[in-house]
Design a protein around this ligand. Structure first.
Ligand code: ADP
Ligand code: MG
Length: 909
């Protein structure tokens, strides 16, 4: 291709058949059809085939393959020994398990991918001579990108204008230092050209315009995309724990299996009999399908979070959310609606001073119809508010920073007849807390500055009062600060406005991009204050209260002034008493230790902070053992978002940089959505415990028959095929349903989970292995012996394994376990709450799960095919009636356990 970096900006535009007006919509559409969408082909994490093969080759599967091999070997050595069936059965296990796992993992993956699409990537471009917002995918060659701080560059482009532009290309070069960029021609290596900005880089500072010359897979990023196909997959700590757990349990299973295998030798049973036993025990203990169920449960939970406007970027954040202890939140936009409007203003005009005695006025202070005097404080105030402003009114649709939109709305009709030309901008950032522009208005060159009162006032040396400029003395300064205080006490967001007249010769320098290095923002003339109202979001007070009940601290961190912050914090209920309001400069003086002391000793608000302060607060809190969630929207917030346990970016108003650095994106910018997500995070942890309890419980009645059979020489009460029928059949869907339980009522009234707390603690295991499991074993074994006895069997008399009586007896044992597991599904819905309180019908998935259990059981017990596969025989109604009380009994006993634990807790607390 043409060496675009060596062309001048105009030549580059011409080469790409574009112009300063941008493309026409029509032309853009035409080019889009030719070029295709501006998209880097989704690099697939894993190919489907690989994913499927993995299901057949993991640790447990290999174990089973060996078993299959041994079975075939035995069949070869002892034809007709019955091990052929077992081989087929185990093959069945491998396949059912693999396919089920595959489907779950695939579904989890799909869910995550679908979530990523929820976040549109919107780009500002020049088309038909106006600024338009288009999805990143529709960018074509020749489009003119309008870039500012925080934007992600959507395609490779050649700069045509730049103001103090710095970019960060860490994604491409790995280097995180920001680099200056400018539109001048460059004759060196294209990849190092300072006038080229590549897709995937970020604008770290400044403003710029650039014309796109490569999009989609033709960008440098697209070219290297295939090299980075193996996007490393993040495995959440929870998934790791489950993986580790499965391995441990499989090892235990193997050990127990081997133990009984050798015990059999000792007792003198045949080799193949022992082998059968060993396999049975292993299959009984191993929790097949645990890991995929956990992954799916996490994915579904992140899907529910997305529906509540909290988009999770990777699964590990789902569980991290559940353990959050502190939320550090911005004020503007997150706690408030970010729909500001101007209400009050104040200037040194005589009308103000005399009649109202330092009272501030409703804005605008001018009656309608009154002309803005050429030189009046109110006239100047309007000009600054109107023209030191980047918001735009696109036929009634306002775009831009909410603060600026408010100022635009308040001043646009009053400034209709004023002609202004923007020469230069020194952009706003939250460190400077101000913004200035150079404008030519009615022939004079002005510097217009607006920003935080302290900052702007410190740059002023004079004030504008009644037609003339007088020096700013201490008395006047105090008057201004008094006004400021008074406005803040009424929760206004207050900004100061100032200006200075510049030497007209400067204009040429700026037009020629010579940009003299002058300290322009100094010796300004103070003009006035404007007070804006930004109402709190109505959902926030309830969310704050929820946090307080849940033991989560909410700390406001804002760039706004302390007084305003305090007033809003009071309104929202974030603080109730007299909090320490720490402003940026004061924070700098505190040591980490003092900061922690302040944090521990009472309510705290941080105001007038910079992103650097935010980073420090997060670091100090985390070093003190807190799990911190922090919100952020600007470029400078990215480090704090990365550092925090959970970084939360704004989806509606934030920058691309912040969204990239965050773990979670709030689609509606709303604080209440954070709390909803935390609730989901806590819930998923509980739910995983619920289905683990459920699955583990049935392993006991599967195992005990083998132990009894080996130790007491009774007929085997449950065959291997029947174990599989439970583990991979009747248990599957109720377990999934438990993973989909809604948040329980009490979930947000308990303190955050301790960071060290393991998923499987003694309580969870004891309930499954020592309580629920034994009850189920009694049910199964009682059924088994009941049928044998009524069939005339005597203790230790021989029983052929293909007799009808034996088949009926094992079937009864199986039915006993299934019936008690159905009751158990209800019991496991809560570990503490009575099922009558939780409600039998409040999770309809459970009902579907149980229906599936019953249908599978009916198939196994009452169809010839089921009988053939599982070695079962139909049961009479009487037998079922004998088993039912065990189901009811399990529920009653678990209710009693819950009741007693509640009692004990009550007495203690
Ligand atoms: P916050 O959003 O928490 O109020 P910011 O860092 O965005 O914090 O803003 C800090 C201060 O900078 C504000 O209180 C205001 O005085 C000033 N400010 C905000 N937006 C602008 C802007 N567009 N132009 C000039 N000053 C601004
Ligand atoms: Mg802000």
């Amino acid at each position: 291709m043409m060496e675009i970096h060596s062309l001048s900006p105009d030549e580059a535009l011409a080469y790409l058949q574009s112009s300063n007006q941008g493309l026409s919509e029509e032309e853009a559409l035409k080019r889009l059809k030719q070029q295709g969408p501006n998209k880097i082909e989704e690099v697939k994490n894993k190919s489907l085939l690989k994913l499927l093969i993995a299901q057949f080759s993991h640790y447990l599967a290999l174990l089973l393959w060996i078993a299959v091999g041994l079975c075939f070997l035995s069949e070869y050595l002892h034809p007709g020994g019955g091990l052929m069936n077992l081989a087929i059965a185990i093959l069945g296990v491998i396949f059912i398990n693999a396919i089920f796992t595959f489907i779950q993992e695939y579904k989890a993956e799909k869910t995550i991918q679908a979530l990523k699409k929820l976040l549109p990537f919107i780009i500002k471009v020049m088309r038909d001579g106006t600024v338009k917002e288009v999805p990143s995918e529709n960018i074509v060659n020749g489009d003119i990108l309008i870039l500012r701080e925080g934007d992600k560059v959507p395609a490779d482009a050649r700069l045509i204008e730049a103001t103090d532009l710095k970019i960060n290309d860490a994604l491409l070069t790995g280097e995180s230092r920001a680099k200056h960029r400018n539109p001048k021609e460059f004759y060196g290596n294209y990849l190092n050209s300072p006038n080229i900005i590549f897709a995937g880089t970020f604008i770290e500072k400044g403003l710029g315009k650039a014309v796109v010359y490569a999009s989609g897979m033709n960008t440098e990023l697209g070219k290297i995309a295939h090299l980075t196909k193996e996007l490393h997959e993040t495995v959440s700590p929870l998934q790791q724990e489950i993986k580790r757990l499965s391995k441990i349990i499989s090892a235990i299973a193997l050990a127990v299996g081997l133990f009984f295998f050798f015990l059999g030798f000792f007792i003198g049973t045949s080799f193949w009999q022992n082998f059968l036993f060993g396999i049975g025990i292993i299959i009984a203990i191993v929790p097949e399908g645990l890991l995929p169920t956990v992954s799916l449960s996490l994915a579904l939970s992140s899907y529910r979070m997305a529906k509540k406007n909290a988009l999770i970027k990777n699964l590990s954040s789902v569980e991290s959310l559940g353990s959050v202890t502190v939320i550090c939140t911005d004020k503007t936009g997150t706690l408030t609606q970010n729909k500001m409007h101007v209400e009050k203003s104040w200037t040194f005009e005589s009308s103000n001073k005399d009649e109202r005695n330092n009272q501030f006025d409703d804005f605008p202070m001018l009656q309608q119809g009154i002309q803005i005097k050429k030189k009046s404080a109110s006239g100047l105030l309007i000009k600054i508010a109107r023209f030191s402003n980047n918001a735009i009114n696109d036929n009634g649709r306002y775009e831009g920073d909410p603060t600026e939109i408010a100022l635009l709305k308040a001043t646009e009709s009053l400034s209709k007849n004023i002609k202004s030309e923007r020469i230069h901008e020194i952009p706003f950032d939250s460190e400077r807390k101000r913004m200035s522009t150079i404008n030519k208005i009615d022939g004079t060159l002005l510097l217009l500055t607006k920003g935080a009162v302290e900052t702007v006032l410190s740059l002023c040396s004079s004030i504008f009062s009644d037609d003339n400029i007088i020096p700013l003395n201490q008395e006047k300064k105090n008057t201004i600060l008094q006004q400021y205080q008074a406005m803040m006490e009424e929760s206004y967001r207050v900004m100061a406005f100032a200006y200075s007249e510049l030497d007209p010769s400067l204009e040429k320098d700026y037009q020629k991009e010579l940009k003299p290095k002058l300290n322009l923002e100094s010796k300004l003339t103070f003009v006035g204050l404007i007070g804006m109202r930004d109402s709190p979001r109505p959902e926030v007070p309830e969310a704050i209260q929820k946090c307080q009940e849940a033991g989560i601290r909410v700390i406001m961190i804002t760039g706004d002034a302390g007084k305003t912050a305090l007033t809003i914090a009071r309104q929202l209920g974030i603080v109730k008493n007299n909090p320490s309001v720490i402003e940026g400069p004061e924070l700098d003086k505190l040591s980490d230790k003092m900061l922690i002391d302040k944090f521990s000793s009472g309510e705290i608000i941080f105001a007038r902070v910079t992103p650097l302060h935010k980073m420090r607060i997060v670091t100090v809190l985390e070093n003190n053992g807190e799990k911190v969630a922090v919100t952020g929207d600007g470029v400078n917030d990215a480090p704090a978002l990365k550092k925090a346990h959970i970084g939360i970016a704004m989806g509606a108003s934030g920058t691309d940089v912040a969204r990239e650095a965050a773990d979670m994106v709030l689609l509606d910018d709303n604080f209440a959505s954070i709390v909803n997500a935390i609730e989901e995070g806590r819930t998923v942890f509980e739910n995983i415990r619920k289905f683990i309890t459920y699955i583990f419980a049935s392993n006991i009645p599967e195992l005990i028959p083998y132990l009894l059979c080996a130790l007491f020489e009774i007929p085997l009460p449950l065959t291997i095929m029947q174990i599989l029928a439970i583990d991979l059949g009747t248990d599957m869907f109720p377990a999934l349903a438990l993973g989909a339980e809604k948040p329980s009522k009490g979930i947000m009234t308990q303190p955050p989970r301790k960071a060290k707390e393991k998923l499987l603690n003694f309580k969870v295991l004891a309930r499954a292995y020592l309580f629920l499991g034994p009850i189920e074993s009694v049910a199964g074994l009682f059924g088994f012996f009941f049928v044998l006895k009524s069939g005339g069997w005597e203790w230790q008399s021989p029983l052929s394994s293909d007799s009808h009586l034996y088949m009926q007896a094992t079937t009864t044992c199986l039915a006993g376990i299934i019936i008690t597991q159905i009751a158990n599904a209800f019991a496991c819905r809560s570990s503490k709450e009575s099922i009558f309180k939780v409600g039998f019908f409040s999770n309809r998935y459970i009902l579907f799960g149980i229906a599936s259990s019953i249908i599978i059981a009916l198939f196994i017990i009452y169809t010839p095919l089921g009988n053939f596969i599982f070695g079962t025989a139909p049961l009479g109604l009487g037998t079922i009636l004998v088993l039912l009380p065990f189901g009811i009994g399990l529920l009653v006993l678990d209710e009693a356990r819950k009741f007693i634990i509640k009692r004990i807790k009550k007495n203690r607390g």
